[in-house]
Write a protein that binds this ligand. Structure first.
Ligand SMILES: Nc1ncnc2c1ncn2[C@@H]1O[C@H](COP(=O)(O)OP(=O)(O)OP(=O)(O)O)[C@@H](O)[C@H]1O
Length: 252
């Protein structure tokens, strides 16, 4: 696959909950066209309930669209769910670490599911914990770690599986401003350095402007309101214009 081909593709995708046409049927995603290129860092913004998580669930193959086509790497993530094992990692707002496992055992979890031998598991987990600045804390249990450290463990867990797609659901929003800012800058660097494709849901325009190289703002039901590319050459003045555009959509 060349870098110009989308690794994630949603074509005319709709998702309703409840029986189609019934009074209780609810349209969460409405004819969405979204192509995401390999190596892209896409920030997904939108008012609460506009369908962001539903989009993630369809990309991750956890739910099937009511109509339209979702492909990841050219394949159907719902119907071929098993073939995506270890290829897509999800990072949540809450670190979702298992409290009875140490930091390193939590990072090893995804590798255990992929049947990686114990020695290789340990080495890979340790390498990612070290990269995330947690060397010396590998045998700590989650309760002994700060919120920022726990989120570092969950990011190490996502990278350790070698998944080439990272779906991040507000991964830094539960952290204080300084911790969140430092971690997201590091996360963005690691995504680029390791050639991952990342889609992250955020409610923060600052966060989207800081680390996104594309910002998609959704209206409700989920469809694209604006689709804004950012490059290293995007100036602060242009970013302020983009901020205004996003605020306008979110206020509508
Ligand atoms: N399993 C479900 N059954 C019925 N309705 C659902 C289901 N999942 C989501 N919805 C509805 O679909 C809409 C979109 O939900 P979704 O969780 O995707 O939004 P979101 O943009 O991620 O919201 P938030 O920003 O609050 O996390 C909401 O109105 C929600 O109530």
């Amino acid at each position: 696959m060349t870098s110009s081909e989308p690794i994630i593709s949603l074509k005319q995708v709709s998702k309703s909950f409840g029986k189609a046409g019934a009074a209780s049927s609810y349209v969460a995603v409405d004819g969405l066209d979204l192509q995401i290129g390999q190596g892209q860092m896409l920030a997904l913004l939108g008012k609460t309930g506009c369908g962001k998580s539903t989009i993630f669930n369809m990309i991750a193959g956890l739910t099937e669209p009511t109509s339209g086509i979702v492909t990841v790497d050219g394949r159907n993530p719902f119907r071929e769910f098993d073939s995506f094992r270890g290829r897509i990692a999800i990072v949540f707002q809450n670190d979702r670490l298992l409290p009875w496992r140490t930091a390193i055992q939590n990072v090893e979890l995804g590798l255990e599911m992929l049947d990686i031998p114990a020695e290789k598991r340990r080495a890979t987990a340790m390498q990612w914990l070290t990269t995330l600045g947690l060397r010396g804390h590998e045998n700590d249990y989650p309760h002994a770690l700060s919120g920022g450290m726990r989120q570092r463990v969950s990011i190490a867990r996502a990278f350790a599986t070698d998944a080439n797609i990272l779906l991040c659901d507000e991964p830094f929003s539960a952290l204080d401003e300084m911790t969140g800012r430092a971690l997201r800058a590091e996360f963005a660097r690691l995504v680029k350095q390791n050639g991952k494709t990342a889609v992250f849901i955020t409610h923060s325009i600052n966060e989207a402007l800081e680390i996104g190289d594309r910002i998609v703002v959704l209206k409700r039901p989920a469809n694209i309101a604006v689709d804004l590319p950012l490059t290293a050459a995007t100036t602060d003045v242009e970013k302020e214009k983009i901020r205004g555009q996003i605020q306008g959509v979110l206020a509508a």
